[in-house]
Design a protein around this ligand. Structure first.
Ligand SMILES: [Zn+2]
Length: 319
């Protein structure tokens, strides 16, 4: 019997990862090409489509391709476009979903990478069977996907659910979105580093601080060695995150909040202060009802599983 497969594409500023994923979440094919190789998106779509077609020819007596799912920065689900993504060479509005539909003759859907990863958690991870949850990715920035009543929260324009750009401090740190005080400037790998350096500068002379080698891994290693500044940096990061998530609960009353990404791998260093702050700030009617959990998706597989889940859900093939 011929089984159905989808193509999954994770478009990043550096690399575009693409592959074929079956309904059980097995990644049948996984390849990667540098995104910046392609001056125009049409060339990227042509090359990736060609790779997918060639792979499908090999499997033609076992599988058929039924759709394409794409996770991309600034992805607009409603229009199938990427809009003004700051980390891509392609400027303006790019009709990426249409480019793939034209090449592969199957339905293509697109959304931002964090929304896609949230659906991946729902189909293949810890959110199986949940209808209301929030997925937070703590990487260079803070991405988020919100699922409410079993559906992605997209808003009227397709860009809802950007918890990373909730302002948590008036006139706070400068954010990539050109405003100040956004959550991601405090709660992300970059935010942790900024907090650590601020704390360090409060203790020693400016000239003595070498910041080049400091990253979240460095701070984690310091925390493991009981370094007070590193522990305090995690503490402050978790405090801001917990407070903001407590506010998100007032909006969405999720069953769980999943933390994913490099910073979430710091385990109790980030989970403990986040949970404590969350319990402190959450309104008592919600107390004890929302779990804060580590994502059950593997770091490397999450983008493809997310993009695959997006199209499986669109085709009505998600449980
Ligand atoms: Zn921002």
């Amino acid at each position: 019997m011929i089984k159905q497969l989808v193509a999954a594409i994770d478009l990043g500023g550096t690399n575009t990862v693409f592959g074929l994923v079956d309904k059980e979440g097995n990644i049948i094919l996984k390849e990667s090409i540098p995104t910046a190789h392609f001056q125009i998106p049409e060339d990227m779509a042509a090359v990736v489509s060609e790779h997918i077609k060639l792979a499908m020819e090999k499997f033609e007596d076992q599988y058929e391709l039924v759709g394409v799912g794409i996770g991309a920065p600034n992805g607009n689900y409603y229009k199938g476009t990427i809009e003004y993504a700051p980390n891509l060479v392609w400027q303006g509005i790019v009709p990426l979903a249409k480019l793939f539909t034209d090449k592969l003759n199957v339905k293509t859907v697109l959304t931002n990478d964090a929304n896609a990863a949230a659906l991946g958690e729902m189909m293949f991870g810890g959110a199986k069977g949940m209808k209301d949850f929030i997925f937070i990715t703590l990487g260079t920035g803070l991405g988020s996907g919100i699922v409410s009543n079993g559906e992605m929260v997209l808003g009227h324009d397709g860009f809802a659910g950007e918890i990373g750009h909730v302002i948590v401090k008036e006139n706070g740190r400068l954010c990539g979105c050109e405003r100040r005080g956004c959550l991601e400037t405090y709660c992300s790998a970059t935010g942790l580093k900024r907090t650590y350096i601020d704390l360090l500068l409060g203790q020693v002379n400016k000239g003595d601080v070498q910041t080049d080698m400091i990253d979240s891994k460095y701070i984690y290693d310091k925390a493991v060695m009981h370094d007070k500044i590193a522990l305090e940096a995690f503490e402050q990061t978790g405090k801001v995150l917990g407070l903001t998530l407590a506010n998100s609960v007032a909006n969405f009353s999720p069953e769980a909040i999943f933390l994913f990404g490099g910073l979430a791998m710091a385990g109790e260093f980030i989970f403990k202060p986040t949970k404590e702050s969350f319990e402190h700030y959450v309104w008592h009617i919600y107390k004890g009802k929302t779990k804060i959990l580590p994502s059950q998706l593997k770091e490397n597989d999450a983008p493809l599983l997310g993009a695959a889940s997006l199209i499986y859900k669109e085709l009505g093939m998600i449980a």
